[in-house]
Design a protein around this ligand. Structure first.
Ligand SMILES: [Zn+2]
Length: 242
């Protein structure tokens, strides 16, 4: 996906995901790499090319709604109790309906919040994401799987201009590499924000993310690593040309 600038190749498991309707987890993962409205527009055109792109004000509201889910997800991740009262309060504001027509030829789920007015697809979508997330929370409260977060790191020059959020600092403290290299407060290097459910043994969201993390880690531990690798590559190439 173009918006996901830090990972170029998705694993085959994830390309299979590309055929499924979007869920709350996948959208949180996407939202984490949007810098601004323009990134959102690129993403929206990919997942729903036949629909008009929502206005910027709608997008801003969608992001703050997603922040609510992200904050609850953080509580679960750090083994704290999710705020079920607030989740229930929000659930009561939505009624849902199946609307196949509204989402035809898109990756949006066809179970949406009931339509009230025009240009509101993101609102309708959020109702659906909230219900999906509430199902996950209910299962989790009953002993179901919790959340895992990818342990990958990546560099993104645009992200380095954004100060780190407080809860993000807590996620970063889990990465030994950032701790060892005194990079906990350095937004120039980011922890991959991908959440996945269950799969406790998996540490990375994708092979591409694992590879990038390996490269960055090597480079931080041995700054001459990349230069040496390029030198070896060049001399190998020279050999093969001779
Ligand atoms: Zn990752």
């Amino acid at each position: 996906m173009a918006a996901r600038s830090h990972v170029s190749n998705k694993s085959s498991a994830q390309s299979k995901d590309a055929e499924k309707p979007l869920d709350w987890r996948e959208i949180l993962n996407e939202e984490a790499v949007w810098h601004d409205y323009a990134d959102f527009v690129v993403w929206f055109r990919q997942v729903a090319p036949v629909l008009p792109v929502p206005a910027e004000a709608r997008y801003s509201r969608f992001c703050s709604d997603l922040e609510f889910i992200r904050a609850q997800a953080a509580l679960i991740y750090f083994d704290q109790k999710p705020d079920v009262t607030s989740i229930n309060k929000r659930l009561k504001t939505y009624a849902l309906e199946i609307d196949i027509e509204a989402t035809a030829e898109t990756r949006l789920p066809s179970l949406l919040a009931v339509a009230k007015e025009g240009d509101e697809i993101l609102d309708r979508l959020f109702g659906s994401l909230l219900v999906g997330f509430a199902q996950f929370v209910a299962d989790y409260q009953n002993g179901g799987p919790g959340l895992c977060r990818c342990e990958g790191v990546f560099r993104d020059a645009r992200m380095s201009e954004v100060p780190l959020a407080d809860f993000e600092k807590r996620y970063r403290q889990e990465l030994l590499l950032l701790e060892e290299k005194s990079l906990l407060e350095d937004p120039g290097i980011q922890r991959c924000a991908d959440f996945f459910v269950g799969r406790t043994k998996a540490r990375f969201c994708s092979d591409a993310c694992r590879f990038m993390t390996f490269q960055i880690s090597k480079q931080l531990k041995d700054p001459s690593y990349l230069a040496e690798k390029q030198r070896r590559y060049r001399s190998k190439r020279k050999d093969s040309l001779e």
